[in-house]
Design a protein around this ligand. Structure first.
Ligand code: AMP
Length: 430
């Protein structure tokens, strides 16, 4: 027997009806971001490997362990993008967007790839929607992005998304914190690999998910005790703006995020129904990213929301819309015989062009099977056309909910359907 091929490990297919909900997550997020003045940008799904090494940081798990990197036939070192911000910044610098009006407010949506150990909510291929405000220091942007994300979650019906908030400082105050943290870490019982990681970037150790490490970090010094006046004022302002927008949060002094480029405001959106992989999204300021890619000083802030995890959160809260397995249409054509099938095609095409959703039975399906399909699509009106109808130059318009049937001349089929739809009752059974 032939064995069917399966999707690669750590990946999955989104099947109907979940596909509809996935689209809805993307479009609700997109609409909210766009309504806040962000424009859509699309970048390639692979980039030069050095972009992520320089942008995301050598000491991160993402770069050191999780990249899908390969050398092309032309000897280029490329990587399937593990995240979106470095690519957006690359595009901004490459095309001189930063030389125009700032901030440049951009958003994206697409596939991302990380060679992670697959588990619930953690995949090797996943989907994100992200937003970035590039070229401004204003805390209004940090707050605006957080509010847009929280409002989007609410619009999707989610009530249990919690905002975790921290500030990571920057080059003005982080060195003092770093020193205090290094001193603290040197007194802990850590394995060799963790020590090495601490030597490159001690903040990374705060992100360690293992219980043996976490237990030792409870008393670790926190960045917010070291913030400079300037960064303290920025963080206070972000919090004041969030309060004014009615957004609640939890202070998370050990939140560092998985990517090296973050400075000052850092945040995560977590959901309590997802188990260990609780983050539905996260982001923060990355004032140094442009510089590390060879660009000018461009303070920026952004977030990325995991579309797949948002869907899992919606399932956990039971707010996924009850979708039927096939898209709902208003009209379903049921032709019996070849000549009727050609006519059905023409009528359905005309209806679709008139902006009416319509589908039709194919493969010469018999009346009973075709009516079953009409029922499954939730159509309000079925257009039934048999040989005898054609001989008489008519089609039958059947109101699905009541079973009522009227015949109309073929030439009036489209206008007849349009007026029948106006008075047809909705489908109660759906
Ligand atoms: P990050 O870029 O790591 O901050 O990721 C932003 C968001 O993308 C996370 O909060 C998750 O919702 C989602 N995400 C990141 N990695 C994965 C993954 N391996 N599988 C599924 N979702 C992910």
């Amino acid at each position: 027997m032939t064995e069917f091929l399966k999707a690669p490990k750590g990946t999955f297919d989104v099947l109907p009806p979940d596909g509809q909900e996935l689209l809805r997550v993307r479009s609700v997020l997109g609409e909210h971001i766009q309504a806040a003045g962000y424009s859509y940008i699309e970048t390639p799904t692979f980039e030069d490997t050095s972009l992520f090494v320089r942008g995301v940081g050598q000491s991160t798990d993402v770069v050191s362990k999780e990249m899908y990197s390969f050398t092309t036939k032309g000897d280029d070192d490329l990587t399937l993008r593990p995240e979106g911000t470095a690519s957006v910044m690359r595009a901004v610098l490459e095309h001189g967007i930063h030389k125009g009006a700032l901030p440049a407010k951009l958003w994206y949506s697409g596939s991302f790839y990380r060679y992670e150990r697959p588990q619930a909510g953690r995949f090797r291929h996943f989907s994100q929607v992200g937003a970035e405000a590039i070229g401004s220091n204003d805390p209004v942007l940090d707050a605006e992005l957080i509010v847009v994300a929280m409002d989007s979650f609410k619009a999707l019906g989610l009530k249990r998304v919690n905002l975790l908030l921290n500030s990571l400082g920057d080059s003005s105050d982080r060195p003092a914190y770093r020193q205090a943290l290094v001193k603290f870490l040197s007194g802990l019982d850590l394995d060799e690999a963790t020590r090495e990681r601490a030597a490159i970037n001690p903040l990374r150790v705060l992100d360690d998910k293992r219980e043996v490490v976490r237990a030792q970090l409870l008393d670790a010094p926190v960045m917010t005790d070291f913030l400079s006046d300037h960064n303290r004022a920025h963080f206070d302002k972000v919090q004041a703006l969030l309060t004014s927008a009615g957004i609640e949060w939890t202070k998370a002094p050990h939140l560092v995020r998985g990517l090296d480029y973050y400075t000052r405001t850092a945040f995560e959106f977590v959901h309590d129904g997802l188990g260990a992989q609780s983050a539905v999204g996260g982001g923060g300021r990355y004032d140094g990213l442009s510089g590390s890619l060879g660009g000018p000083d461009l303070p920026s802030v952004g977030w990325a929301i995991g579309v797949d995890r948002t869907l899992l959160a919606m399932r956990a809260e039971e707010v996924l819309a009850q979708q039927s397995a096939v898209p709902v249409v208003d009209v379903f054509a049921v032709p019996i015989g070849q000549a009727a099938s050609d006519l059905a095609f023409d009528i359905v095409t005309a209806l679709r062009r008139a902006g009416i959703s319509a589908d039709l039975a194919v493969d010469g399906r018999g009346l009973k099977g075709a009516m079953k399909s009409a029922d499954r699509t939730g159509a309000k009106i079925a257009i039934v056309m048999g040989e005898r109808d054609l001989e008489q130059g008519v089609v039958q318009l059947k109101t699905m909910e009541t079973g009522e049937q009227v015949s109309v001349p073929i030439a009036d089929a489209v206008s007849g359907v349009i007026s029948a739809l106006k008075s047809a009752p909705g489908r109660k059974s759906l």
